[in-house]
Ligand binder design. Structure first.
Ligand code: GLP
Length: 267
């Protein structure tokens, strides 16, 4: 870590504030590489939970560069992605499977059968079976060593959207099929090009699985995230802001922010 970053504790979580998004992405990539290294040394494999969206793109570019330089192998890494639109074909350029292929899977030596993304082609009658199986695969792998997260403008993590249920219910939520929140659908117009084309449902890893990760790295950059970052870190734990539930496992969470995303945190 360079001296340009500052680290503070907020609501029990470690918060690293970097001068810009590139520096924040580099710190996140360093943390993932260090987790892979230590998990390989202690258990012979590393289990990563991965995120999509615009924010982690530079993280994946950084990991791919480390791989090309010869310092990082994914041969013994197993990955589980947070979410996927439903229904969608994996070869659709808008699918998260294809996002992951473009940004990471095709650029590193991760064996194909160790890269898991929820399947947007499963018939609806079998979705429950598929999502339960996804949770069982993670558990059979010994749980996630690290979960990389982004945050939606409405505070969603994965596609766990703001909801009117109790914190206990949300914290127990398994991987499942969900309806996307209006704010999420509006933000997805950026990818889909047209509001009418946004796929309104998705499969998402549940909050339970996310909170069970041995380490959670939340990366948020840019001024559009400043308000929700402050609510999630400084506000009450509430299902109206799903990322606020990270406060319940604060000692395992590192928030990596750039200055614009940290702007409303106060001192
Ligand atoms: C998307 C993803 C989330 C992601 C979030 C933020 O819809 N499902 O996992 O963290 O929204 O995306 P972005 O990084 O593009 O702001």
């Amino acid at each position: 870590m360079s001296s340009a970053e500052r680290t503070v504790q907020i609501s029990g979580s470690t918060v690293i504030v970097c001068p810009n998004a590139e520096a924040a992405s580099r710190v996140a990539a360093e943390s993932i590489a260090a987790t892979i290294d230590s998990a390989l040394k202690s258990r012979g494999k590393a289990i990563l939970g991965l995120a999509t969206g615009a924010t982690p793109e530079v993280v994946y570019a950084n990991l791919a560069a480390r791989h090309r330089a010869g310092g990082l192998s994914f041969q013994k890494v197993v990955t589980y992605n947070l979410d996927e639109y439903y229904p969608i074909q994996p070869i659709d350029p808008l699918s998260y499977r294809s996002y992951m292929h473009r940004h990471l899977f095709s650029r590193v030596d991760l064996p194909a059968n160790q890269a898991h993304v929820l399947d947007g082609t499963v018939p609806e009658a079998f979705v429950r079976e598929h999502t339960a199986e996804f949770d069982r695969w993670i558990e059979a792998d010994g749980g996630l060593d690290l979960q990389l997260l982004g945050i939606g403008r409405n505070g969603h993590i994965g596609f766990n959207e703001p909801a009117e249920w109790s914190v206990a219910e949300a914290a127990a939520a398994p991987t499942r099929l969900v309806e996307l929140h209006p704010v999420t659908r509006a933000d997805a117009v950026r990818e889909f090009g047209d509001a009418a084309k946004v796929i309104p449902r998705a499969l998402t890893m549940g909050v339970k699985q996310i909170l069970s990760a041995r380490a959670i790295v939340m990366l948020a950059t840019g001024p559009r995230k400043a308000s929700i970052v402050a609510q999630a870190l400084r506000g009450p734990v509430t299902t109206a802001v799903p990322a606020s539930l990270l406060q319940t496992v604060a000692d395992r969470v590192v928030w990596i922010l750039d200055e614009p995303a940290a702007a409303e945190l106060g001192s």
